[in-house]
Design a binder for this molecule. Structure first.
Ligand SMILES: NC(=O)c1ccc[n+]([C@@H]2O[C@H](COP(=O)([O-])OP(=O)(O)OC[C@H]3O[C@@H](n4cnc5c(N)ncnc54)[C@H](O)[C@@H]3O)[C@@H](O)[C@H]2O)c1
Length: 321
């Protein structure tokens, strides 16, 4: 039975919320948050252990596993798509060498489980764009995507070669209101809500009809926890589960915001991230996740918009943003 979980990259957009969700289930002391920077929120630091940990340092991970008697890892430390295109070697180094350190330690220490997110960035321009299947052409054109495909293959190799329980899911763009995203191509879908509340207008770095799969953070946490807790014997796939909630363009997102803030205005000024977005699918077939571990999202675009605007308006009133 899993008792102690190490989360790498836990100060990021997903980690900062996933650590709290895991602590609710496993107890604060049993979920070790970690990040290369000593930048965890007060909430994370006051509710359980936090370790400064660079995933490129094998010995440091080794020591922290021993110190806390860790038996499972949720490996979130990564360089995302837009940052990765600006610094491809950094993306390769962190996403591949950090990952292999985690997998090798999982093998050596006989850890019970490892969860590693992949991304819709594993797909590329030659992948079918609509209802993209799980098993399909994986020829990404970004370094981030290259590392995600290699990561999925490596993770599946550790399952078949060493019998390690490694699981992974391809997140779409994740939209949240606690921690700002860390430099991805779908970051506009968070910034648009903050700017709607703060200034009533937003200049989008993608063009109006760029359709991308997205998911609200509560569904991202649910998908991650549901896969983490899924019955291993029922999994036919391991490291490459497609998961979907809804697909949206900047124009549709702006229309959704206008339902609640009619005066909201959007303009478009595509930058280098447009080419990245154009290489990704429009919509995702997640039937394997639904069949093998019962995946089902709760939020659609409008229910997410209502919640995002409510939470961010409250933060704005309190002077927090
Ligand atoms: N957020 C999304 O929309 C999204 C979409 C698809 C996939 N993912 C994947 O989910 C995972 C988590 O993403 P996120 O959005 O929380 O990312 P993020 O950029 O917000 O956070 C990543 C964290 O990793 C840390 N980090 C970077 N290099 C490190 C190193 N060498 N050692 C230790 N920590 C290091 C950073 O300090 C940061 O806190 C990643 O694997 C990412 O590829 C995220």
């Amino acid at each position: 039975m899993i008792k102690k979980i190490l989360v790498t990259g836990s100060s990021g957009q997903i980690g900062s919320e996933l650590v709290m969700a895991l602590r609710t289930i496993y107890g604060g002391e049993n979920v070790i948050a970690s990040d290369k920077c000593d930048n965890a929120s007060k909430k994370i630091k006051s509710s359980g252990p936090f370790e400064k940990l660079d995933v490129l340092n094998y010995n440091e991970i080794d020591q922290i596993i021993d110190k806390h008697q860790v038996d499972a890892i949720v490996h979130l430390a990564a360089i995302l798509s837009a940052v990765g295109e600006k610094n491809p070697m950094l993306a390769w180094n962190v996403n591949i060498n950090g990952l292999i350190n985690v997998l090798e330690l999982a093998r050596e220490k006989k850890l019970l489980r490892v969860l590693i997110p992949s991304s819709i960035a594993a797909f590329g321009p030659t992948t079918p764009v609509e209802n993209t299947p799980q098993k399909t052409i994986l020829k990404p054109t970004t370094m981030y995507g290259v590392t995600k495909v290699a990561g999925e293959l490596l993770a599946d190799y550790y399952v078949s070669k060493y019998g390690i329980d490694v699981r992974g899911l391809r997140y779409p763009g994740i939209i949240s209101n606690e921690t700002m995203p860390g430099g991805g191509t779908t970051d506009y879908a968070v910034a648009i809500y903050y700017e709607a509340v703060k200034s009533g207008k937003y200049e989008c770095f993608l063009s109006e009809n760029t359709n991308l799969p997205m998911m609200y953070m509560p569904d991202c946490l649910k998908a991650t926890l549901d896969l983490f807790h899924a019955d291993y014997t029922k999994l036919k796939n391991h490291s490459d589960f497609n998961v979907a909630a809804f697909s949206v363009t900047p124009k549709l997102m702006a229309e959704s915001i206008k339902k609640y803030m009619p005066e909201f205005e959007i303009t478009y000024k595509p930058d280098f991230r447009q080419a990245i977005a154009d290489s990704w699918p429009n919509s995702i077939d997640d039937s394997c996740a639904r069949a093998e571990w019962g995946w089902q999202p709760a939020f659609d675009l409008d229910s997410m918009t209502q919640d995002m605007l409510k939470v961010i308006s409250e933060k704005h009133k309190q002077g927090l943003i």
